[in-house]
Design a binder for this molecule. Sequence first.
Ligand code: NAD
Length: 418
Amino acid sequence: MDIYSHPTFDMALRQFELVADYLAIPEGERAWIKYPKRALTVACPVRMDDGSTRVFAGYRVQHHFALGPTKGGLRYHPEVTLGEVAALALWMSWKCALVGLPFGGAKGGISVDPGALSPGELERLTRRYTQELAAFIGPQTDIPAPDVGTNEQTMAWIMDTYSSYAGHPVPAVVTGKPVHLGGSLGRREATGRGVAYLAGRAMDTLGLETPGATAVVQGFGNVGAVAAQSLVKQGFHVIAVSDVHGGLHHPQGLDLRKLEAWFAQHRTLVGFPEAEPISNADLLTLPCAVLVPAAMERQITAENAGKLRCRVLAEGANGPTTPEADLILNQRGDVFVVPDILCNAGGVVVSYFEWVQDLQSFFWSEGEVMDKLFRSLESAFQNTLSLARKQHLPLRTAALSLGIKRVWEAKKSRGLFP
Ligand code: NAD
């Protein structure tokens, strides 16, 4: 399946093979489990504000349907490729299975810099992409959600376009939409809050005190900014944060409220006067209790894994740590890794709640949503920790094993058709 060739897809396959060896999945059954069921590439012509027409490449990969419809985010980023999207779809599958959701994994993306398009251009691009995908998505087929470069507004446009074709409102076609359109209370914050919750649980497990402990967050978007706020609420001092343009460091702790006000006004962290600038590379190796990569894949590599000075690595991003870096961290043994498919699962858990609420047209309070979210994350954390301890496995292998085993068993029970 050369069509998926990409370093991030290779990374997802290497993780899979390691776990397949551990689970003793027969060689003959592996391709059936790992390769996506369906992948679509679409050309999206868009009329630009200056009257010209540009064509953007869009993708959607649906990994498997053994447990239910597929579910996964939609990414707008200049470096999006089919292989990257496929890797993210695989991780969504293992994640949904780990936390017990009735979904297979999916992911979508458009190769575009959303910051370079006007709101009108973005809307036309999103609607065109949705129209191209209309036959392949739906509440019982595949349900997109926000990811890097997309947000509630993007989901609202998808819902509106899809509903126009259906001839009636179909809120359950997407999650992460505005609450007034059938979105769930707590969805916007779910991933970041979940990351902070699990970082706190990792600290408890290590016997470390949270109040006054330090945290560093790479990425200041939906996941990173909310994780930083939630960590502060738990008593952490967030001493450094960053976005794609660079980072900020304050050894005594950043004033996040002032920083957010600055960010809201300038749309970048750069230039904030009450902290020192720091590069993204240096930020990752700052001494701290908790490091949260919450930006892109492959940030922790063989080059910097030996230099990390955190006790807990709470992976907010998908795929932030390469297999080579994993080997180094496993050998070191002094970094408690909360792996991505567990650590950032809060987003898809509340997306599932949103889908359920939409299908029932019966909505829950934020307290109910959060209570169910933390119970779900706690149970996945306990299951992962207990398997890791019993079998002397790294937490990533344990989490992936639980997810992959469930998908494998579902596929075997359903059998091959015809
Ligand atoms: P976002 O677009 O809201 O924010 C991304 C942030 O990362 C921005 O601050 C951006 O400036 C920064 N960034 C981009 N490239 C960077 C780089 N090379 N170095 C440093 N910073 C960089 O995206 P998001 O929704 O917060 O997603 C972040 C990560 O979390 C992604 O890996 C995504 O797949 C994952 N994730 C998101 C959700 C969700 O609910 N949104 C759920 C699970 C996982």
